[in-house]
Design a protein around this ligand. Sequence first.
Ligand SMILES: [Zn+2]
Ligand SMILES: [Zn+2]
Ligand SMILES: [Zn+2]
Length: 230
Amino acid sequence: MTAHDSRCASCGQPLAGSYYVLVDRPERFCPQCIATRPRCNTCGAPLGNHFWKLHDGRQQCDACHAVAIYDPSRAQDLFQQTAGLLATGMGLQLRVGVAFRLVDAPTMARLRGLVAPGQDTLGLYRRQNHVRVIYLLYGLPLLVFRITAAHEYAHAWQAEHCPLLRNDFLREGHAEWVAYRHLLQLGSHKAAARMLDENHPYQKPLRHLLNLEAQLGVEGVNAYMMRVDD
Ligand SMILES: [Zn+2]
Ligand SMILES: [Zn+2]
Ligand SMILES: [Zn+2]
């Protein structure tokens, strides 16, 4: 154990006995900080004495801030890159296409029709009449941005190609599967493996879609989605 490892990443005090870690993060935290410190709104880590306050009230730790996407034009470029990789690499072309907007937490809450900002709404696909838009929260770490953009892009594809599909398990499973495969496209194998973790909310529907892929292949899964009508 190095000297760096034996200190709490939040308060800097030496770790005497038990300590906490977060999934796939090198930092260790003391029980006191886990119990009492405010958490990073993005990753849930206890905040240190130095952290970042976003204009919409979210608080972000140094690790999330270092890789966060704040710039709308950079976000636009990343989204177009994701859309291109999903269209060419997974056969998920859009006929009509979809616009992309980077928004803050109160705007996202308003779009969802919530009174208070929802902690978990990182992205949203909305179709109103002929206007189709994907909204993403600004300040997301790059990999979270990629996962969320791919997930919402899949919903945009579903809206065009599977208009009759109502089954939420399949809709969310397919969207997570697209995000999972997108991480593999980007070479982010560790991040993809994390999506199969027990604690991941969409882990079950994702595993179901991976089973389908093993039987049908990637194109076959998309064709299957277009045939389902419940
Ligand atoms: Zn501590
Ligand atoms: Zn964080
Ligand atoms: Zn979804």
